[in-house]
Design a protein around this ligand. Structure first.
Ligand code: ADP
Ligand code: MG
Length: 602
């Protein structure tokens, strides 16, 4: 692994790189930068979103252009306004020590005269969306006849969005001897055609496998009745208290409807689709970036621009019409070295599509069950407990302590804890108490549907363990870790489910003593790892509890844990009102039948 210095970048860029805190080049940067610096060549680079492509073409372009000249020398085409602004911003940061540099963004929905004025002042680099660019060329507001470097960023997305003709038109106004650098996550036929048509002998680099979906993303699907989609969505959100997600719908109408319904049900959600004004879209995106919105409901087209790094989950509320689009959706998570989960809610008639997607992304889906009420209550309760545990004490309370103590003088600790938790928890618990099982089995002969539901009945034990995603575990890593620790075989640990700061898993009952003994006073990487039998699922499999019999006496969790905040989400605030959508849903379909109690608003 080389350093940025070794790649041959100049001091101005290295200085900016230090400021940005980039320690070492990403793989695509390591491969692309030396090629682009050393030779005048065309290039096709295939790399997933979040791999650092902007810098891979941005650094060489900045190094190669002449900042003393005011001629436009570099043109970067990108599919959306969001991306266009983002690239412009990144380029400005990368080039902040390149004196005289002027990078200008050209995109629709904003004053064309202002943009033309900026270009006229002398822009060495233009970052543009194809539509507006074409417009400006035909009005002779830009001159790209002396371009030396052109970049087609997210080429597959641009073609998907129907920009092929615009791109062809734009490139026809550029010199033949320029270099073209094409960056794309996938290599569909159209991209290959473009490459062939506009490029001469391009060098090729690939990061990961072609068309492969991001390795940091795991893929899950949930089989439900179509009418239960919305309920399933809510449960998936509730089962992941720290979720920061994009929910994809197929149409603008569904997008708006789902967002409105979520807002009405007390979630911090917002809608992003083409029927909103630019201003509304900007507001939603700003709130989402600031994590004031926890769930962004979006159409494929509108979501193209979303480059937010820490999205934890992508939820496919409906599968896309074109299954290739799935790659783009799931690529919204697992960015910048983080792990992510892409979930698909499917009905029986669509389940075949999962196989086709697996072929495209070259990865397997895991079939999972929509958590039931007891699962969710347990997760929420433990999440709340963890947050309380990690909360810093506010000593303003000290002066009131004697009064409070007086009130609780006859309450013992256990009782106090129960009361304390019940404040936030009871409504949540009540809502889920009568919740039904939403899962559908794949074939009627195979009632248990999923992988290991034959297991996990009365013969298995469910455990709680106090490590999770925050500690770098996804379910596969945790399963490996447990197998290794306990020296167990491939299938001895099952139903592993990781949450942010804790997880669950099952073993057969025979292993219970071994598991508990092993994790007594056990330390991993300097911290105590604690394993307990999870009471909610004493018997094991969820399906055993279909009737909901075990929920007596159990308390549950409430979404309120978001308020206190822990870790990097501490800045999250309630912001239902900030969403683009109006509060009321006028058009309730059967999808959106039963709602759950409101979260307490403050
Ligand atoms: P892509 O275009 O491949 O989707 P981006 O260029 O938008 O990816 O980069 C994703 C994120 O990673 C950005 O926030 C960017 O600032 C950051 N990044 C890029 N290169 C590096 C690096 N070498 N080290 C650390 N972070 C990086
Ligand atoms: Mg990019």
């Amino acid at each position: 692994m080389s350093t940025f210095q070794e790649l041959g970048l100049n001091d101005d860029l290295l200085h900016a790189i230090t400021d940005l805190g980039f320690e070492k080049p990403s793989e695509v940067q390591e491969k692309a930068i030396p090629i682009l610096l050393e030779s005048e060549t065309d290039l096709v680079a295939l790399a997933q979103t979040g791999t650092g492509k902007t810098a891979a073409f941005g650094f060489p372009m900045l190094e190669k252009i002449d900042v003393d000249s005011r001629t436009t020398q570099g043109l970067i085409l990108s599919p959306t306004r969001e991306l266009c602004l983002q690239i412009t911003n990144e380029m400005k940061q990368y080039g902040k020590y390149c004196k005289g540099l002027n990078v200008v963004a050209i995109y629709g929905g904003s004053s064309i005269t202002d943009q033309a004025r900026e270009v006229k002042r002398g822009a060495q680099i233009i970052v543009a969306t194809p539509g507006r660019m074409k417009d400006m060329i035909s009005r002779r507001l830009v001159d790209i006849s002396k371009i030396q470097y052109s970049v087609l960023d997210e080429a597959d997305e641009m073609l998907n969005m129907g920009f092929k003709e615009d791109i062809t038109d734009i490139l026809s106004h550029t010199p033949d001897d320029k270099n073209t650098w094409l960056f794309s996550a996938t290599m569909p036929r159209e991209v290959a055609t473009i490459a062939k048509k506009f490029m001469h002998d391009p060098q090729e680099i690939t990061v990961g496998n072609k068309n492969e979906s991001t390795s940091q993303v795991s893929h899950e699907y949930y089989l439900v009745n179509a009418r239960d989609r919305y309920q399933a969505l809510k449960r998936l959100s509730d089962a992941n208290p720290d979720i920061f997600s994009v929910v994809f719908c197929r149409t603008k109408r569904d997008t708006q409807k789902v967002a409105e319904q979520l807002i009405e049900d007390g979630y911090s959600a917002g809608a992003l689709h083409g029927d909103l004004s630019q201003n509304q879209r900007d507001l939603v995106m700003t709130s989402f970036r600031k994590k004031q919105i926890q769930t962004l409901v979006a159409t494929d087209v509108a979501a193209r621009g979303i480059d937010v790094d820490d999205i934890t989950h992508v939820i496919n509320y409906q599968l896309p019409d074109e299954i290739e689009t799935y790659t783009h959706r799931s690529g919204r998570t697992g960015r910048a070295g983080k792990t992510g989960v892409s979930m698909v809610i499917v009905s029986k008639s669509e389940v075949r599509k999962i196989k086709s997607i697996e072929r495209i992304i070259k990865k397997q889906f895991e079939k999972k069950d929509i958590p039931d009420g007891a699962d969710i209550c347990e997760v929420q309760l433990m999440s709340l407990a963890n947050k309380i545990h990690n909360t810093e004490v506010n000593h303003e309370i000290d002066k009131h302590l004697s009064n409070i103590n007086e009130l609780f003088v006859d309450t013992d600790k256990d009782e106090l804890i129960k009361k304390f938790f019940s404040v936030e928890f009871t409504r949540f618990y009540n809502y889920y108490q009568k919740s039904k099982n939403l899962n559908v089995s794949e074939s009627s002969s195979d009632r248990e549907g999923g992988r290991d539901f034959s297991r996990g009945g009365k013969n298995s034990t469910r455990y709680f363990i106090n490590v999770g995603g925050k500690d770098g575990f996804d379910w596969m890593k945790l399963k490996d870790f447990l197998k290794e620790q306990l020296n167990l075989g491939r299938d001895d640990v099952f139903k592993v489910e990781t949450k942010d700061s804790f997880s669950f898993f099952n073993t057969e009952n025979e292993l219970k003593e071994k598991v508990l003994a092993h994790f007594t006073d056990f330390k991993h990487e300097g911290r105590f790892v604690n394993v307990e039998v999870s009471e909610n699922r004493g018997g094991g499999g969820r399906r055993d509890r279909r009737g909901g019999g075990r929920r007596d006496g159990k308390s549950g969790g409430r979404r309120s844990d978001r308020k206190g905040g822990s870790g990097n989400r501490s800045d999250r605030r309630r912001s239902e009102g900030k969403s683009s959508s109006s509060r009321r849903s006028e058009n309730k379909s059967s999808d959106f039948g039963a709602s759950r109690p409101r979260r307490s608003r403050r």
